[in-house]
Ligand binder design. Sequence first.
Ligand code: ZN
Ligand code: ZN
Length: 253
Amino acid sequence: MRYRSVSAPMKLVLLGTGGYYPTPHRQTACVMLPEIGVVLDAGTGMYRLGDYLQTDHLDIFLTHAHLDHIAGLTYLINILPPEVLAQTTIHGEAAKLNAVQDHLFADAIFPVAPTFKFKPLDGPRALHPTGRLTYFPLAHPGGSIGFRLDWPDRSLAYVTDTTATTNSPYADAIRGVDLLLHEAYFADDSQNMAAKTGHSALSAVALLASEVQPRQLVLVHLDPVRDIDAEVQLMKQVFPNMCLAKDGEEFEF
Ligand SMILES: [Zn+2]
Ligand SMILES: [Zn+2]
């Protein structure tokens, strides 16, 4: 049995659980740890961030710069008080941050220049109070990265926009985390599309989870139109402790 500390659990809020484009039920990728001011990805779910803001600063980590992961950066000027905006930093691979600055915030695309900072990732980042964020490469058109966040008594991994396989190169990086957020954009009748578009089919994610044994698996970056709830129930034979994410859902870990 894995050791669990008696310290208070940390809260995680799913601000957006869809991929590609938003629907009334799913905004696109955005995950928040409100107590420490950390946000993973900046999709359209970002518009909900103001409801959960608890810190005077924010650190937003981008997996990559596809639109469904960055559109919400243009909302921040309206969502955040100026003093928080001045203490907000966007972290990501240098090439992705350059693309955001050159294109998303070009005059022709968005009228207001960002006042938050951009800081290329150049190694692990410290997390409040005694944690560490590390990242690892994912196979996806244009490239993406996954994140692992560790504290002495808890851990979290966020893996989206990649094709899961058994023996995935990143399996060791996510092994044994308490909470694994992993994309599952496609049902299993679309395995070819999953490989072609750099996304994951549900059964491959379930098999990977059975290999790396997170305490809990939450499926994110879901198809905006197709409901895979029945498929998820079947796949619980492969990995029992998994669920489909819902926008607004909160987890403690
Ligand atoms: Zn995406
Ligand atoms: Zn992508």
